[in-house]
Design a protein around this ligand. Structure first.
Ligand code: ERO
Length: 312
């Protein structure tokens, strides 16, 4: 079956790519993504300066495949590293490049966006409003006014289609308020839902210790356990953002969850925890599983079922 898609005006040979943060911090990581069967790749969220991030252990999978917890602390090589990578990238390859930016201030986001705009590159920007793990920095995604202020500056600066990475919302009023902000910006072409479910706590029963070191063990939750929150956020924004696209992420461990994300309204699907645990081979596996599901259900393309979740 045809699992290709278009996102922000660029063609992806298949709808699957990495969630920013996983397999994408260094050129070696990104090379693995280029060589994988993913349909695209996105870089680790960049800040103006290089960051080491939080002390380890700062990521761990959780028992029984239910997911993961992380408090990486935004480790990255600094935006100029990713700008150089984007300048060298082979845009004739069929795999489009996405760039994630996560400035610690509006000024930082302006500085980074300006650099990418001035470079006139085909890569697509995804502004991260939802990093839950920078101590002392409440995430923008839960501050509607701050997001609107940021977008009112960045959208006209970026000019071309771009996206934003959102935290999960859990209140219908918040879906409504967030959508009202996003609908004001025509070149905001897509929203990526969801980032990790912020500030979970994993504790080891035997040692009675938190599993990760930073923030007293508090970190973002990912993997299968966040699937149903992810599907709700994908569908809530699919219903509320006419003319915009949704990138679904959260709980994709097989073709089945990728299928559900598309059914909920996703135009593309990112994979985080499963990529971290299984490695880049996950893309070929899930692409085949999704194609087989589509054949079994009689769907030829993603458009045949995108957003067509039935209600009772
Ligand atoms: C960009 C920082 C993020 C991080 C991090 O670097 O701690 N972890 C996440 O789960 N989501 C993020 O957006």
């Amino acid at each position: 079956a045809d699992i290709s898609t278009t996102l922000a005006g660029v063609k992806l040979p298949n709808l699957l790519f990495n969630a920013s943060g996983v397999c994408c911090q260094t050129e070696a990581d990104l090379k693995l993504m280029v060589e994988s069967e993913s349909g695209a790749l996105i870089t680790k969220s960049a800040t103006v300066e290089q960051r080491d991030g939080n002390p380890a252990p700062r990521y761990t999978p959780l028992p029984n495949g239910i997911g993961s917890i992380n408090s990486m602390g935004l480790p990255n090589e600094g935006y100029e590293y990713y700008l150089e990578y984007a300048k060298k990238y082979d845009y004739n390859s069929e795999k489009p490049l996405f760039i994630s930016l996560s400035g610690l201030s509006l000024d930082d986001n302006v500085k980074m966006c300006k650099a990418f705009v001035d470079a006139k590159l085909p890569c697509v920007l995804e502004i991260n409003y939802s990093c839950p793990n920078v101590p002392g920095k409440p995430q923008m995604g839960y501050d509607m006014e701050a997001m609107e202020k940021s977008l009112s500056v960045l959208a006209p600066l970026i000019k071309k289609p771009f996206g934003i990475k959102l935290p999960p919302y859990f209140d219908i009023a918040h879906f409504d308020q967030a959508a009202a902000v996003f609908n004001k910006f025509d070149n905001l072409a897509f929203v990526t839902c969801i980032n990790s479910v912020g500030n979970g706590l994993a504790i080891d029963f035997v040692t009675e210790q938190a599993l990760i070191k930073p923030k007293d063990g508090f970190g973002g939750l990912g993997g299968l356990m966040v699937l149903n929150t992810a599907l709700a956020n994908v569908n809530a924004f699919h219903r509320r953002l006419p003319g915009k696209q949704i990138v679904g992420v959260g709980g994709v461990v097989s073709g089945k969850e990728a299928f559900l994300h598309v059914l909920a309204g996703a135009s593309a699907v990112q994979i985080g925890t499963m990529l971290k645990e299984e490695g880049p081979g996950v893309f070929a596996r899930i692409a085949k599983e999704l194609s087989d599901i589509m054949v079994a259900k009689g769907y030829k393309t993603l458009e045949d079922f995108r957003g067509k979740v039935k209600t009772l």
